[in-house]
Design a protein around this ligand. Structure first.
Ligand SMILES: Cc1ncc(COP(=O)(O)O)c(C=O)c1O
Length: 469
């Protein structure tokens, strides 16, 4: 076994896996561990260091995600060749982003993803491969439901990742969640007059609700574990809108017991459940619960998802999974709809999903985002101590921060901006703004680097009077 002698501190603020990762990464970068060297197995290294296997496995996962090592099936982890891995992916993307003029504002936006690790070379290659003389039909408007090949890939991906049971024929590709939701509400409008909804929702979703004059929306209280089922029964709604994996914006997960009660309600009331699973891929430190669609025995759940989080929002590809009765409805009325998603992007995505790289990309992003998330939490706790409450932990790309310094939400946002940091108000998410939480802002972390997250939180601490507490 190669000699690894990290000095790991059990009580340190940095978790063990991160200390180990930093040590091995430095050994690789400095050339002390040579290319193609086999790293010790997780079991051997954990026994040698006298720590549990989890930090070693997490450290290897991160080295893999960052391109410092490669994994060979049934053989183990090997140090990557520098030229191949580090320079091609990480550094080229970093350089690309650095060359692009950036403002100095540190933007904690929730809808931006990490671009440094976006596989743009691979994506470009696949994109260029789409438009060939045999494929010129991609320049016409394509299949109304979206490209069949992409729908096949999505059906299999959803089955593996979220347990969703559907045929490709049940999938309708859209140009983003709001487009998909708009289409769904058009489908509904003759049979659904009242839609119950979580009382706080994403602004784009709220915008869709506001545009629909034929449907009234009934906000349901959000309890600690998601929507109130008692209020749902009182609402007399024919459908309900929920984000059960990771409530937007509060971040709670609907527990199994409530999932079952929700499905029971839909069965009894002959009503629909709209399940928006916008970032179900990113769950940290615990296993995701099965999607509502996977538990549904009565064709009541409409499942909506997007590629905005796993790839980037600018790809603008989302999907609806329709239960059979609504699918028939769609097919009867189809001339009223358009397919707004670009066929070339759909095909690029299909090719990307067919390659091994898509699954690898998700694994890589999960471990990267988990690391950013831990750094964010750690920075907030050390800067704010007892003076702020973090709401909505454990998944996704954002948290809410309730700040206890007597500033209003508006003051928090403005003083942060003055200090060069953008954070976002949360009162805008409430259907009834009078119920909004006070002094609470939303902090997204997907697109910022680890250093930027730490600097941004330190600047917020100063702007919000946390220095010299
Ligand atoms: C609740 C919710 N749904 C969907 C999305 C993504 O929307 P789109 O697919 O239009 O990019 C977001 C983005 O943040 C969101 O918060």
């Amino acid at each position: 076994m190669i000699q690894l002698i990290p000095s790991l501190e059990e009580g340190s603020k940095a978790p063990l896996y991160l200390q180990l990762y930093q040590y091995i990464r430095d050994e690789i970068v400095s050339g002390r561990i040579k290319e193609n060297t086999r790293l010790p197995s997780v079991r051997n290294l954990s026994a040698y260091l006298e720590i549990s296997r989890t930090p070693v496995a997490d450290c290897y996962e991160l080295l893999l995600a960052e391109g410092y090592v490669t994994s060979k099936p049934r053989s183990g982890f090997y140090v990557a060749s520098f030229n191949e891995h580090l320079s091609v992916t990480h550094e080229t993307n970093t350089a690309l982003i650095k060359d692009t003029p950036q403002s100095n504002i540190l933007d904690f936006h929730y809808d931006k993803t990490d671009l440094v690790h976006f596989p743009y070379k691979k994506w470009n290659k696949l994109n260029n491969a789409c438009l060939t003389p045999e494929n010129l039909q991609l320049l016409q408007s394509g299949d109304l439901q979206g490209m069949p090949g992409l729908r096949r890939e999505i059906a299999s991906y959803l089955h593996q990742m979220r347990g969703v049971r559907c045929e490709p024929e049940q999938i309708i590709i859209g140009a983003g969640t709001y487009h998909s939701l708009g289409l769904l509400f058009q489908l509904f409008k003759d049979e659904v007059a009242v839609v119950a909804t979580e009382e706080a929702v994403n602004v784009g979703v709220k915008g869709i609700f506001d545009q629909l004059s034929s449907i009234s929306f009934c906000p349901l209280a959000l309890e600690k574990d998601g929507i109130s089922i008692d209020e749902l029964y009182q609402s007399k709604a024919q459908a309900v809108y929920v984000t059960p994996s990771h409530q937007f914006p509060f971040g709670m997960t609907l527990p199994m017991e409530k999932r079952r009660r929700l499905l029971q309600w839909a069965k009894e009331q002959q009503a629909y459940i709209i399940e928006n699973d916008y970032d179900g891929e990113f769950r940290y430190n615990s296993r995701p619960l099965p999607s509502l669609q996977s538990l549904d025995e009565h064709e009541k759940v409409i499942y909506i998802g997007t590629f905005s989080r796993v790839l980037t929002p600018h790809i603008r590809i989302s999907y609806l999974v329709l239960p059979q009765p609504l699918l028939e409805h769609f097919q009867r009325k189809k001339h009223g709809y358009n397919q707004l998603s670009s066929p070339i992007l759909q095909m690029t995505l299909q090719l990307f999903m067919e390659s091994q790289d898509f699954a690898g990309h998700i694994r890589k992003m999960r471990s990267l985002y988990q690391r950013k998330y831990e750094i964010l939490l750690h920075s907030i706790k050390s800067v704010f101590e007892q003076n702020a409450e973090i709401i909505g932990q454990g998944s996704g790309l954002h948290v809410l921060l309730k700040v206890k310094n007597n500033m209003s939400e508006e003051q928090l946002v403005l003083t942060a901006e003055h200090a060069g940091v953008k954070v976002y108000p949360t009162s805008v998410y409430w259907l009834n703004p009078k119920k909004a939480m006070t002094s609470t802002v939303l902090i997204g972390f997907g697109s910022l680097s680890e250093d930027e997250i730490q600097t941004g939180i330190a600047k917020l601490g100063e702007a919000w009077g946390m220095t010299g507490k």
